[in-house]
Write a new protein. Structure first.
Length: 252
């Protein structure tokens, strides 16, 4: 397949063979002016629900690219049901968390407001765009759900007790990640969430509350204090390695 066919684009409508796809202005601009695509060049497209398809450029004007879907190249499969709850950080660090969480296969990204959160705002539209870009790059076939920010206490008051919550605890009062995730594997836990604190950490009251929850378990990631964004990526990588259901055909 020619180099250009490795461009992957997410399209937000259901795909099927034979469908004609008028692309968005931004996507058209990218293909025309950045990737210099020409008529008949190939593009891979995915819609987050039906798998991946090979398409080709049928029409190209100064402002618009129209693709036609040729064939299905990969069947749909979704990532394991792991969520990431994180307290929004400074812009670049938050961008990093969203991008790495998407690459590491989270199904849902939930900004949570904690006592020491530096902000109560979360630019979810920006997060969605970053998540899509990360999906296009890492060959994901599904796109993580991005939620609106919510107070941690309110979220936990309505928590589905069938979903285990692993909170990242650097205060040396939690078992190591290998012990906890080995336990999760033995218990066959498939619906889980990871919670990482803000730059200032969880408050003592929050940690007491988390430790008292039957559905929650603390996780230690080693002897050093990690930045929140490092902790999120490290914990997700451990989860993927120890508990993630890898679909062998995933990168077929
Ligand atoms: N309490 C930290 C301090 O003393 O500087 C500040 C919090 S740390 C920068 C941000 C978050 O990353 C923590 O709330 C925790 O969720 C996670 N974290 C950092 N290091 C960790 C570790 N070694 N084990 C588990 N979680 C960690």
């Amino acid at each position: 397949m020619k180099k250009k066919s490795f461009i992957r684009l997410f399209v937000d409508f259901p795909l099927e063979v034979g469908k004609v796809l008028p692309l968005s202005d931004a996507q058209s601009h990218y293909l025309i002016h950045v990737m210099k695509l020409k008529i008949n060049d190939n593009v891979l497209v995915f819609d987050g629900q039906n798998g991946e398809f090979l398409a080709f450029v049928t029409q190209i004007s100064k402002k618009e690219v129209i693709l036609s879907v040729l064939e299905k190249t990969r069947a749909f499969c979704s990532c394991p049901d792991i969520w990431l709850l994180f307290a929004p950080l400074k812009k670049d660090q938050t961008d990093f968390v969203v991008q790495k969480a998407t690459e590491l296969g989270v199904a849902r990204i939930m900004p949570v407001i904690t006592q020491f959160s530096i902000t109560e705002k979360a630019k979810t539209e920006r997060f969605k765009a970053q998540a899509i870009e990360a999906c296009e790059q890492c060959r994901r076939l599904d796109v993580p759900t991005i939620c609106e920010p919510i107070q941690l206490l309110k979220l936990l008051d309505n928590w589905d007790k069938g979903r285990t919550l692993f909170f990242l605890d650097e205060t040396r009062q939690a078992q190591s990640v290998s012990q906890v995730f080995s336990w999760a594997k033995e218990q066959n836990i498939h619906h889980a969430a990871l919670l990482v604190g803000p730059e200032g950490g969880f408050s003592a009251e929050e940690l007491d509350m988390l430790r008292a929850l039957k559905f929650a378990k603390g996780v230690a990631l080693g002897p050093r204090i990690l930045r929140a964004e490092t902790a999120a990526a490290a914990a997700l990588a451990c989860w993927q390695a120890m508990c993630g259901d890898w679909d062998e055909n995933y990168l077929a």
